[in-house]
Design a protein around this ligand. Structure first.
Ligand code: DON
Length: 305
């Protein structure tokens, strides 16, 4: 497997020269576009890797699956989906269009920014610190990594430049569709996006999802099978935003991307995958990361369809 990953990584390096690193969050513009890493975690707990697999980057939108699972565990499916929909948009991740024009009370899905901010608002806790602490603890548990923490520079950068997210949140608040204090909810959202991970962490989280909520390394159940199924389904339909359809056709793996350059994949009953390449396409997805996922899917016949 390590040999396969090396071959895939080497043949994808050329794609790191395409696209651009994210700049709308200034701290992300410091990323090195030449970085490229991949990790696979099998369901027997074995780990395989190549390239910059241990390089740290921020989760960004990949954190949306963590908060979705936590919100579902805290509130149940019925309540969560009374606040946020489960339909793909065909629009960009930070679009306000559907919210204003189609359904003012309910963002389309928990993977776009509006939907993720709504999901975050549903996480239980007395204080901001308690809520972010729960998100961090859950991420640590799923990645078997107690060192996971928040990159403060990215967090401050997100906070300083997060006006689109503020507009989305205030819009939802103005129609009374979101409960709680906007500033507090955004504080948590900016921090969850700034959680630092490596490809190994992403692949381990993917392996837990692939294993229906049971930690492959200890046998402990941490998420119900049902919540894992909801999460993987939403990853298929909305995980790469308005590129989710093409990704499903060519790769066919439940996945979630982030503008930090990471993509997390969960191949049911098979493996978790983490890839990292910070140069993005116009839709905010890692170009070389998608290439690696596609090659891996073809080589190992991972397409679930
Ligand atoms: O809120 C934002 O815009 C970022 N913190 C996260 C967006 C993101 O990762 C979209 N993913 N491709």
């Amino acid at each position: 497997m390590n040999k396969t990953l090396n071959t895939i990584l080497e043949s994808s390096k050329i794609f790191t020269q395409e696209g651009n690193v994210a700049t709308y969050i200034p701290e992300l513009s410091k990323a090195n576009p030449n970085n490229l890493g991949i990790c696979v975690v099998a369901l027997d707990g074995k780990e395989y890797y190549s390239g910059d697999y241990d390089k740290k980057f921020t989760m960004q939108s990949i954190s949306k699956i963590i908060t979705l699972m936590l919100a579902l565990m805290d509130n149940g499916e019925e309540k969560v989906f009374s606040y946020v929909g489960a339909e793909p948009t065909g629009d960009s991740f930070n679009s306000i269009a559907n919210l204003e024009v189609k359904n003012i009370h309910k963002p389309y899905n928990p993977m776009i920014n509006a939907g993720a901010i709504m999901t975050t608002s549903l996480i239980i806790g007395q204080t901001i610190e308690e809520k972010i602490g729960r998100i961090l603890d859950f991420t640590r548990k799923l990645s078997n990594n107690n060192d996971i923490s928040i990159d403060q520079n990215t967090y401050f950068s997100e906070k300083e430049t997060g006006d689109r997210n503020r507009s989305l949140a205030y819009f939802m608040k103005s129609y009374n569709s979101m409960q709680g204090k906007v500033d507090d909810i955004l504080e948590i959202y900016f921090q969850q996006c700034s959680i630092e991970v490596s490809c190994i962490d992403l692949a381990r989280i993917g392996a837990v999802l692939a294993n229906d909520g049971v930690l492959p390394w200890s046998g402990e159940r941490v998420i119900s099978k049902h919540i894992c199924r909801i999460t993987k389904t939403i990853m298929v339909t909305c995980g790469l935003y308005d590129a989710s359809g093409e990704f499903a056709i060519h790769i066919g793996i439940p996945a979630k991307s982030g503008v930090g350059g990471g993509i997390l994949g969960a191949v049911p009953k098979e493996m978790g995958i983490g890839v990292f390449g910070p140069s993005l396409d116009a839709k905010g997805n890692s170009i070389a990361g998608i290439q690696m996922m596609q090659k891996l899917s073809k080589k190992l016949n991972l397409n679930i369809f």
